[in-house]
Design a protein around this ligand. Structure first.
Ligand code: SF4
Ligand code: SF4
Length: 444
């Protein structure tokens, strides 16, 4: 009896191949249109957009150049390891000569498919990822040989079960409390287990030298990322949407090439700082976004609204695992021996993370400190607290963050939404009212 149950898909309903093909075709076409439309809108707002952005525009096509490269590399024998969340240790994947790629979905249309098997109360990131699998939409998900799913929230826990009918799923259990020795020990063991799984899948042993090279590669990426972030601290020389796109493409691009392209972009931008060639007026209200990850392309709805609003705002920094949190902290190694490197990796992926899945007796202090520091460094005028329906972790931490921001005198606006385009008009009114208020405060 048990074996019969195991053979049947656990959640995903059977669909006729013709329906899958039809939906795949129509959603893919709609998605390419959204990608093109987003890029056009970014170009329209920032007329003198740097040449170096063209590369990131190209890589942003989820069905384009990068997907093709991955197909070819897979055909040549490389293993592709998908991951659903930034707790997955990228350096270990790279050290085994495999390719890491993030597989969470930002497609609104596939969230509707997920609704066939999940109530709408479930976070749309999960509904959309499952919906994408139902119609084989995501090239990165389809090409993955295994998927790392950190069990950080209830949605992700059940997502792992749903996807396990199609792909080997490697669970990771991040502790909910960071500052306990025993929970850190447990996390270190999780890292070792994943290392073994990666080695087994790829057939490649992660040697000291290979791991050192992988760490150094990611450190270079972090350096380029920080160079770009540094440029966002002054008068705007890059719009927030463009910087967010650059950051997010690091999740699926070849990381060495990405690093080189970010440095080229920074070369261009640094010249513009000297020439005072800004992407928007220097006194444009400076906005920080915090909250649920905004996944390309459909979730650009919010940064589009902020940067196209009248009055306009510019996103100078965010606290999101889909952008500024991805590469902010490098793995810091003292001694380049295996044990130190593995310890450094396990610490980096847990201690540096400000995800609201953590708690402590002082609340999720690291997130609060991160937000406070960035507000000061980037001279933020106001914060948009973005939450998609069903994301309980971010929704619940709002009251705590608001209290802190109120004390600092920083206005914060709670912007709740869904994976839908239907609320754009209503959101536009809300965002404009917030930016008007920020502008009035700047003028005083
Ligand atoms: S919000 Fe937290 S759990 Fe969700 S993807 Fe980001 S880091 Fe992972
Ligand atoms: S958006 Fe929130 S609820 Fe959804 S998977 Fe991420 S942390 Fe979980």
């Amino acid at each position: 009896m048990a074996s019969k149950i195991e053979k049947e898909p656990k959640y995903i309903p059977e669909m006729a191949q013709s329906e899958i093909d039809e939906l795949n075709k129509s959603i893919k076409a709609a998605s390419i249109k959204v990608i093109e439309d987003n890029i056009e809108r970014m170009k329209k707002t920032w007329k003198n957009r740097p040449k170096a952005m063209e590369y990131f525009d190209e890589i942003s096509n989820l069905f384009g150049k990068r997907a093709k490269e991955l197909e070819e590399q897979k055909a040549a024998g490389k293993k592709i390891i998908g991951y659903s969340c930034i707790f997955a240790p990228i350096e270990l994947i790279l050290a085994a000569d495999a390719i890491p790629v993030r597989v969470g979905s930002g497609w609104y249309d596939t969230a509707k498919l997920g609704d066939r098997i999940m109530p709408v109360e479930i976070c749309p990131v999960i509904r959309s990822t499952v919906g994408a699998k139902m119609v084989s939409l995501s090239p990165y998900l389809e090409l993955s040989d295994a998927i790392v799913i950190p069990l950080t929230c209830d949605g992700r826990t059940k997502l792992s079960e749903m996807l396990s009918d199609f792909k080997p799923i490697w669970y990771m259990n991040p502790p909910r409390v960071k500052d306990d020795t025993h929970t850190l020990d447990m996390w270190k063991k999780e890292i070792l287990v994943i290392k073994e799984k990666i080695e087994k899948l790829t057939g490649n042993k992660i040697t000291r030298q290979k791991l050192k090279e992988a760490i150094e590669k990611m450190q270079q990426a972090t350096k380029a990322f920080r160079r770009l972030q540094e440029l966002r601290k002054g008068a705007p020389v890059i719009n927030g949407r463009d910087a967010m796109l650059v950051n997010q493409t690091s999740l699926w691009d070849d990381i060495e090439r990405w690093t080189q392209k970010v440095n080229e972009l920074c070369d261009e931008l640094e010249k513009r700082v000297e020439q005072k060639d800004y992407s928007s007026y220097p006194d444009t209200p400076r906005v920080m976004i915090t909250g649920t990850p905004m996944i390309w392309p459909d979730s650009w709805k919010v940064p589009n609204l902020i940067e196209e609003s009248n009055p306009q705002g510019v996103v100078v920094v965010d606290e999101q695992c889909s952008s500024d949190r991805i590469l902010y902290d490098p793995v810091g190694v003292d001694e380049w021996n295996m044990s130190d490197m593995l310890n450094a990796i396990s610490e980096r992926y847990i201690m540096a993370c400000t995800c609201p899945c953590f708690t402590s007796e002082h609340g999720n202090e690291d997130r609060i400190n991160w937000i406070i520091d960035r507000i000061k460094e980037y001279k933020v005028d106001g914060v948009i607290y973005y939450v998609v329906r069903g994301c309980i972790l971010y929704a619940m931490e709002y009251a705590r963050i608001k209290k802190v921001l109120d004390k600092m005198g920083i206005p914060v606006y709670y912007l709740d939404t869904e994976y839908t385009r239907e609320d754009v008009g209503q959101m536009k009114t809300r965002v404009e009212a917030f930016l008007e208020m920020l502008e009035a405060r700047i003028d005083i």
